[in-house]
Write a protein that binds this ligand. Structure first.
Ligand code: GLA
Length: 380
């Protein structure tokens, strides 16, 4: 019976439109809807659809806060899904390289899976050789978040909260994290993060969508043009752990201050590119004071789509999908081959808990953590 449900629902929707006698105006299409996506550990998991007035649609699940689909108009005003992901919850449960997820408690790597805070040593779960990556064995991308029922009358949003227990994955303090996704009418996907803790802890929340502006599953991202607003980056060692230096990008393949195709220098002989198997590095953003500042701009010629990334964070990890190998079969049965998606993960610098000179990632009781990132779409 259940397999017929979507078609019955679409028939009802089509009938409603027919009876209305014309195609629905944007006001008539609900701006936020919810459908069952499955269950995890006995908890309901939903797929929420947010629609704005300018032709964008985001499908987000409260499992891992994952953006499953993001439909964005191209230069001919045709919507296309620009993020990699799966059709079903079971595929996300089997294996995913963090497609579309919220990453925490500490996004990116912490060397040797340990750190010292206020003189106390903490051992974390290692899940990337000797290091911890993206929160450990069961990070924020693998838990069910609680969705708040309300949505403002204007722009559709989804508020997700998660209480991470004291000691989870080795991190100290009960941490309450809330992530609000808003789809604005100016074609932005805005992510507002807030958090508080009852013991000193470290925190680095980010979002891990793999973008392909020509459409998910449509080929590699090597001809996407990229601008990174950064004069420096944080070099890594062969284990992808930051060395602690801030190195000028000048004269290196890391220089994206002038827009360049992702693939233009990815194959040159360079230790950093060898360690990362391509681009998998954090750039130190040229910030202008507090508030949102431009981190990156990506454009793709055939679709005409442009994406800007604005953030309050000091860094961005640009990852060129080097670990994708065609074994992930994504939406519509499309295999995601080598470098067919790129990530721009706004963040504090990797391994900050062990690098005292980097901006601090420590959160203390009584402090309200706040961070915002905006992915803004347009055409050229
Ligand atoms: C991040 C890391 C990469 C890789 C991906 C997930 O971007 O920096 O090294 O682990 O996540 O596959």
């Amino acid at each position: 019976m259940t397999q017929y449900m979507p078609s019955i629902l679409s028939l009802v929707a089509a009938a409603t439109i027919l009876f209305a006698g014309c195609s629905p105006s944007p006001q008539e299409i609900p701006r936020k809807t919810r459908a069952q996506f499955g269950t995890v550990d006995g908890k309901d998991v939903f797929l929420y659809t947010l629609r704005n007035k300018s032709g964008m649609e985001a499908r987000i699940t409260n499992y891992g806060g994952i953006v499953v689909s993001l439909f964005v108009p191209d230069k001919s005003n045709r919507p296309g899904d620009v993020v990699l992901g799966y059709d079903s919850l079971s595929s996300y449960l089997k294996a995913t390289p963090y497609f579309g997820a919220i990453v925490g408690r500490y996004g990116n790597r912490i060397g040797k899976a340990r750190f010292t805070l206020d003189g106390k040593d903490y051992m974390l779960n290692a899940n990337d050789g000797p290091n911890t990556l993206h929160g450990g064995l069961k990070g924020f991308d693998k838990v069910v978040w609680e969705a708040a029922g309300t949505t403002p009358a204007t722009e559709p949003s989804l508020s997700l909260s998660y209480l991470s227990k004291d000691g989870e994955e080795g991190y100290p303090g009960s941490l309450k994290a809330t992530v609000v996704y808003t789809l604005t009418d100016s074609n932005e996907l805005r992510i507002d993060y807030t958090a508080s803790t009852d013991k000193p802890t470290v925190l680095n929340l980010t979002h891990h969508s793999y973008f392909n502006l020509a459409g998910a599953g449509s080929g590699d991202i090597l001809s996407h043009e990229l601008m990174l607003n950064a004069d420096k980056f944080t070099p890594i060692d062969s284990g992808l752990i930051t060395t602690g230096e801030l190195k000028p990008v000048e004269g290196t393949p890391m220089d994206f201050r002038t827009p360049a195709p992702v693939g233009s220098r990815i194959g040159v002989k360079d230790d950093q590119l060898r360690f990362g198997r391509g681009y998998d590095h954090n750039w130190v953003l040229n910030r202008t004071g507090e508030g949102l500042s431009l981190a990156a701009r990506v454009s793709e010629k055939t679709s005409g789509r442009v994406m800007e990334v604005w953030t309050t964070e000091p860094g961005v990890q640009f990852y060129s999908g080097n670990f994708l190998d065609g074994t992930s079969i994504g939406k519509g049965g499309k295999a995601y081959a080598y470098r067919t998606g790129l990530c721009l993960e706004t963040q504090h610098f990797p391994d900050s808990p062990n690098k005292p000179a980097f901006p601090s990632t420590v959160l203390r009781p009584g402090e309200n953590f706040k961070s915002t990132t905006v992915y803004k779409f347009s055409v050229h």
